[in-house]
Design a protein. Structure first.
Length: 417
């Protein structure tokens, strides 16, 4: 490939080609390596009953949540398919995603019958299917979400083994956000902790984290936090964070990922689809980055209004790595706005996106959409740069895309080759 300067009309194609050619690392998903069994979701009925689509169902059907949640998985998928794909055109981001996945496998994308899709997915051997899906999605590694207090997952780690396609992330929500419901589980496992997280609880939680670090080899620890998250504050959560989690992250030399701004179960009847978003006080992030300079923080914020402050703080603290357009932000209009702002304020020193896929094949549409949205945004940056006097080359573009979608993450978590 030549290092010749690109003319303005060559830039977009060069960006599109490099985006296509670069395998991305998906830094936050809810996927699981096959050895973690049934936790890993895939296939058509799981795709159609994704909680993003469940939320949309209740806006376009008369079915009630109580009726819906009484159905089998297959009946639920039938109900959603009918309401969102047959009786309406699938124009929302989440419904178009299902269409794109069906299309990627050459399956029918309309009609009342999910039979051909069901038959196709039932006949895929999982391990090879994962590799095929990753190829179609243009990713080669994905980070899981692994909660050591999840009864469906924890026992499987005894013999989970390693899978080069997956990295673990040690998720702390149950410990940090619901200590009162979970400290007894730690106690029953031989850790000397108590309800108020007093006495030797902090060193015991560090011992628990060390044991799980040994087992999972996570690339980071992670927690999702509400819009009411404050730090410092007089709470069990703040003490656990400052005296157990952050020292453990330093000990193992891994970052802590903070996903801030989720308001869980504002409508409990919708279950997983019942969460909402709220604006957080970003001074908590400021304090953490300043007071814990030997810790590294991956941060994603759910509120649109918090995005600008996150960029400002990233300019102040190099131990802060903004990542992703999380959940309700992962729509082209908002991704475009946030990504342009980040490029303008941070250059290429951030991680533009993660998929948050819960169902394996979602990686196909989510990453395709990311590439589609990114291409004109990046091309515009190089066009402006050329206009200002510094021509763009193919090498610039390739290096920047590798940095954004691979090496910023690898370096930040410490797995750079
Ligand atoms: O907390 C999280 O990791 C969230 O991403 C999920 O809980 C959420 O339900 C989701 O799937 C968003 O995309
Ligand atoms: Zn998530």
């Amino acid at each position: 490939m030549s290092s010749m300067n690109l003319s303005p009309h060559e830039i977009l194609t060069a960006v599109e080609e490099e985006l296509k050619a670069t395998p991305f690392i998906d830094i936050h998903t809810h996927l699981f390596q096959p050895s973690l069994g049934e936790n890993g979701l895939w296939g058509i009925d799981n795709l159609i009953t994704y909680h993003y689509l469940e939320a949309e169902l209740f806006r376009s059907s008369r079915i009630t949540p109580a009726e819906y949640f009484g159905l089998s998985r297959r009946e639920k998928a039938n109900a959603i398919w009918r309401a969102l794909f047959v009786e309406n055109a699938p124009v929302s981001e989440a419904t178009r995603g299902v269409v794109a996945v069906l299309k990627a496998f050459g399956l029918p994308v309309e009609g009342p019958d999910l039979g051909p899709a069901r038959e196709f997915f039932e006949n895929q051997p999982l391990d090879a299917h994962i590799s095929r899906v990753f190829r179609l999605a243009g990713i080669d590694e994905a980070v899981m979400t692994n909660d050591p207090l999840d009864p469906n997952e924890a026992p499987l780690w005894e013999r989970a083994g390693a899978d080069p396609r997956f990295h673990a992330a040690l998720r702390l929500d149950r410990i940090l956000e619901k200590w009162d419901e979970h400290w007894r589980i730690l106690e029953s496992q031989g850790y000397r902790v108590d309800a108020g997280a007093g006495g030797g609880s902090m060193s015991e939680v560090r011992r628990f984290l060390a044991e799980w670090f040994r087992r999972m080899r996570p690339v980071y620890m992670a927690v999702s936090l509400s819009d009411a998250f404050r730090f410092p504050e007089d709470s069990v959560r703040a003490r656990l964070l400052g005296e157990a989690v952050l020292p453990s992250c330093r000990e193992f030399d891994i970052p802590l990922s903070l996903m801030i701004g989720v308001r869980r179960l504002v409508n409990p009847a919708l279950r997983l689809a019942g969460d909402a978003a709220g604006r957080a006080d970003m001074r908590a992030v400021e304090t953490l980055c300043r007071e814990y300079p030997d810790n590294r923080f991956l941060v994603s914020v759910l509120s649109r209004e918090n995005q600008y402050e996150l960029c400002v703080y990233a300019r102040k603290f190099s131990n802060l790595m903004p990542f992703g357009c999380w959940w309700f932000l992962n729509n082209p209009s908002i991704v475009e706005e946030i990504t342009r702002e980040r490029l303008e304020m941070l250059g290429t020193s951030f991680i533009p996106q993660h998929s948050d896929a819960r169902i394996l094949e979602q990686t196909i549409y989510k990453w395709r959409n990311t590439r589609r949205t990114m291409a004109p945004i990046l091309a515009n940056c190089y066009r402006l740069m050329s206009e200002d006097g510094r021509p763009a080359t193919r090498e610039d573009i390739r290096r920047d895309i590798v940095r954004l979608f691979r090496s910023n993450f690898q370096r930040f978590v410490g797995i750079a080759k």
